[in-house]
Design a protein around this ligand. Sequence first.
Ligand SMILES: Nc1ncnc2c1ncn2[C@@H]1O[C@H](COP(=O)(O)OP(=O)(O)OP(=O)(O)O)[C@@H](O)[C@H]1O
Ligand SMILES: [Mg+2]
Length: 342
Amino acid sequence: MAYGATTILEGIDLDLPKGQVLALLGASGSGKTTLLRLVAGLLMPVAGQVQIAGRTVADPAQGLALPPEKRGLGMVFQDYALWPHLSVARNVAFPLEMSRISGPERAARVTRALDRVGLGAMADRRPSDLSGGQQQRVAIARAIVAEPPLVLFDEPLSNLDRELRETMVDELAQLVAELELSAVYVTHDHAEALALAHRIAVMRGGGIEQLASPAELIDQPASAAVADFLRLGTLLPARRRGGGWVIEGTDISLGHGPGAAEGSAAQVLLPERALGLGPRGPARLEAVVRGQQVRSTGFALTLTIAGTDQVLRLLAPHPARPGEAVALSYSQDALRWFPTGT
Ligand SMILES: Nc1ncnc2c1ncn2[C@@H]1O[C@H](COP(=O)(O)OP(=O)(O)OP(=O)(O)O)[C@@H](O)[C@H]1O
Ligand SMILES: [Mg+2]
């Protein structure tokens, strides 16, 4: 896919099994929306194919390009895209009008879709008389009312405040599962992708850096960039010395790790979830508390590894004092190694 002479997406090969959700996760500018627009038919690929439910909908080699309305899609956008002059019910009915479903059938389907998103009582209101979260529910009802084979979501929750977003993620996950929707879900929020998707494509620079299930992604990030983007923990620069690994520029041991030539360099992911307070395991680190934020689930500590400026984060059950020295333990098999050469 290219804008003018600039290639934006390249080497993308994705398939979505029926009834599954694929999340496209990546930083701003990584190509998520561009890829979604290709599927929707709002953009044409320069080369390659798009198929939906077994039907080829775009193939430049054949000069084939079905317009969006012929692709049988539901779409939900960040800005809801509701018609302000139509009632909630008319907004939701729109895709049915397009496919000439009318009368009692249409009314019943609209009611069912609105009930599904908890807006049965709001059918006669205008979108402007609804909250942001309710407006987005209307957009979701409109996307599912015709029971399309594929629903596309582009950052549907990013205009909502955090609390509402968390509730909506849960609701959406439940709805998607109940309806067995096949969906592509674009987001830059890793928590949303992890909560909703069966598989996640982590996008970077117009390509796919990793395609994996949420559990795999957390356990086996393919690169330091993926680990960083998912905020899995701290990436430490490491060097091979004396048959083991140390944190670069220090004598702090990170254990035996994978075999490598003396002097090799690596980035090591120390996952936050592998880190505990207290000198329990054989793998330990001395650290100094730098700051603390109170959370509903505990105390979010920011620490540095003693004698370095490497920052660690940890959710602790008890408060700590800035400046306090603490011992941390971690499990060595939780470390993930990314070679960087020498
Ligand atoms: N109409 C356009 N003309 C030229 N370049 C474009 C156009 N639209 C997007 N791009 C470029 O394509 C690349 C991918 O953009 P895209 O909108 O797909 O990113 P994104 O991952 O959706 O980002 P965001 O999270 O900010 O929405 C970016 O480098 C962007 O600058
Ligand atoms: Mg985008």
